[in-house]
Unconditional design. Structure first.
Length: 384
């Protein structure tokens, strides 16, 4: 959007700082889990256009004010439509002419005078919340024309420092959802770890970057001097459980001992069939990915109550090589964990953690937690 006092297409002077503070910022700050920024207010050193484009690519919501028909604004709108299928909200001052090339898009008309200002705030909040709550929503002209388009998120900050963030349930404050950052090899947080696996239960190779590859490597027996693998402990354990079976059903859960991961405090590994493969097509997440969370928790409650397990750590299942939508999966997985902890009074679990590898995933998960009615949005931060 413009800033300061600018003339609109009809020559009327608009105070865009007031538009931002009284209309946009005043609305966004009422939505849990969201913060509001203008490009002009970014305080990080460096090229402002680079920072702005990073936000256009990565932020969950973009609000675009077209009132001045400014070329820069339309350029930025085009970039946003090319990289995000949603949620991009157009707004314009009451009476502003609407350009032909975007006249088919919805735009929210606003005024800085009451009662129109209050009405515009209510509508803007409604549009943002509805867009965030509907993972299938598409408001980009580009993604409507090319629905199979995929855009890689770049410049995400990878977390290396181990930290734990916990959010108690409103209904049961002794139970909590947690987010864990850091290198897997350094984490000593949960009693049980969950491995994201395919329906064939074929683990990824040691040199892969997936959760499966990481757990296979960390759980293997190694030569203490060279670090070379002596025995594929976890891979062999899964193969023994599979026997002559070629596959399992989606969301099935296999349980193995943790192998060398005992040194991380892990008492049990749960391997969930969260992705399914097709020849020449690769892997994709299973339908209703949230079943993996419910199934893993129920498996421990049913068969491993004597292991002294009180906490478990999940990856964000299906969002790695399988390409599942991070926002959608975070909502489903965290929601399933909350529902289970709330509806099973005799569960052994007091905490369900999710492993967060970068700042983009963290932002999305904190936003999901902030909007969940049964989670306290303020967190307790700590080391392991």
């Amino acid at each position: 959007m413009p800033y300061g006092r600018k003339k609109d297409a009809d020559g009327t002077t608009i105070d865009f700082d007031r538009v931002y503070t009284d209309f946009i910022h005043a609305t966004v700050k009422t939505i849990p889990g969201l913060t509001c920024d203008r490009a002009i207010d970014l305080n990080k050193p460096g090229w402002i256009h680079e920072q702005m484009l990073w936000h256009i690519l990565n932020d969950a919501v973009a609000i675009v004010d077209t009132s001045t028909l400014n070329a820069n604004v339309f350029y930025e709108l085009g970039v946003r439509h090319a990289v995000r299928k949603s949620v991009t909200i157009l707004v314009h001052r009451r009476g502003t002419p609407w350009p032909f090339n975007i006249e088919g898009l919805s735009s929210l008309e606003y005024s800085t005078r009451e009662p129109q200002l209050t009405h515009a705030r209510d509508k803007l909040r409604e549009w943002i919340v509805n867009g965030l709550n509907d993972p299938e929503h598409v408001d980009s002209l580009v993604f409507k024309a090319v629905p199979e388009l995929r855009v890689e998120r770049s410049r995400a900050k990878i977390f290396t420092h181990v930290e734990r963030f916990e959010f108690p349930l409103v209904s049961k404050p002794a139970r909590r959802i947690g987010l864990v950052t850091g290198d897997y090899g350094d984490i000593r947080v949960a009693d049980a770890w969950v491995n994201s696996e395919n329906t064939e239960m074929q683990m990824d190779r040691y040199f892969g970057t997936s959760t499966s590859a990481t757990i296979r490597y960390l759980g293997a027996e190694k030569d203490p001097a060279t670090g070379n693998i002596r025995e594929d402990t976890i891979g062999k354990a899964i193969a023994a459980l599979m026997g002559t079976q070629q596959s399992v059903q989606p969301a099935a859960v296999l349980a193995t001992d943790p192998g060398a991961l005992r040194s991380n405090g892990v008492k049990l590994l749960l391997h969930v069939a969260s992705v399914v493969g097709q020849p020449r097509e690769g892997y994709k997440p299973i339908d209703r990915i949230e079943r993996c969370v419910t199934g893993a928790l129920a498996r421990v409650d049913a068969d491993f109550r004597d292991r002294g397990i009180a906490s478990v750590m999940f990856p964000l299942l299906g969002t790695g090589p399988a390409g599942g939508d991070l926002q959608d999966h975070a909502e489903r997985l965290i929601g399933a964990a909350v529902d289970y902890l709330d509806s099973h009074p005799d569960t052994v679990f007091s905490a369900v953690y999710f492993y967060i590898w970068n700042d983009v995933a963290m932002e999305i998960c904190r936003r999901v937690i902030g909007r969940h009615p049964n989670l306290q949005a303020s967190d307790a931060r700590g080391h392991q």
